[in-house]
Design a protein around this ligand. Structure first.
Ligand code: GAR
Length: 193
């Protein structure tokens, strides 16, 4: 039986799309049972809906606190039947109470070789630091941002003349392979926090 996974997005959703496409293969150990966005206009919602995946919008602006949002988010994920959660460009900090509930069951992809370049501008920061290589990381989510145990990484070179856009594109291509591979390991029980 495939493990049910909820994918959380805030925007384009290309990593979510890569997960959905991988999960469509019969021998893949997980299926995407829901796509949840904190933004109603997230482009990824269109793709998910077209694939007949249940989509949900939980607008953080309609909640009075982070705790209230995270409680509603937890309840919603539970209702979808998901056993695992993938953050895929979900640009919200999560409260420790929430991350504790999903410890070992929630993973994230980040566009740098963690622990280097945490935060929302990882590719730009890598270029500005003069890094010769960068890449992407899939890791377990813990309370501290971009800090949980690492499951998998892929490297790319930073080339002379790279801009934030060119480096982001090179990394993103790797993300689309790395994330499905890491989720498969988790769903098969091959990695544990
Ligand atoms: C991806 O590059 C992902 O690694 C990054 O946002 C992008 C989302 O793209 N995530 C972070 O920076 C998290 N700190 P997508 O919506 O097309 O998957």
């Amino acid at each position: 039986m495939k493990k049910k996974v909820a994918v959380l997005i805030s925007g384009r959703g290309s990593n979510m799309q890569a997960l959905v496409e991988a999960a469509a293969k019969p021998d893949y150990p997980a299926e995407v049972c829901a796509v949840i966005s904190n933004k109603a206009d997230a482009k990824g919602l269109v793709f998910a809906a077209a694939k007949k995946i249940p989509t949900h919008v939980l607008d953080h602006k309609t909640f009075e606190s982070r705790d209230a949002f995270d409680t509603a988010l937890h309840d919603l994920i539970k209702k979808t039947g998901a056993e695992f959660v993938c953050l895929a460009g979900f640009m919200r900090l999560l409260t420790p109470g929430f991350t504790r509930k999903w410890e070992g069951k929630m993973i994230n992809i980040h566009p740098s070789l963690l622990p280097l370049f945490k935060g929302a501008h990882a590719q730009r920061d890598a270029i500005e630091a003069g890094a010769k290589e960068s890449g992407c990381t899939v890791h377990f989510v813990v309370a501290e941002m971009d800090s949980g145990p690492i499951i998998a990484q892929a490297k790319v070179p930073v080339l002379p003349g790279d801009t934030e856009e060119t480096l982001s594109a090179r990394i993103l291509k790797e993300e689309h392979t790395l994330y499905p591979a890491a989720l498969a390991k988790l769903a098969r029980g091959e990695v544990r926090m």
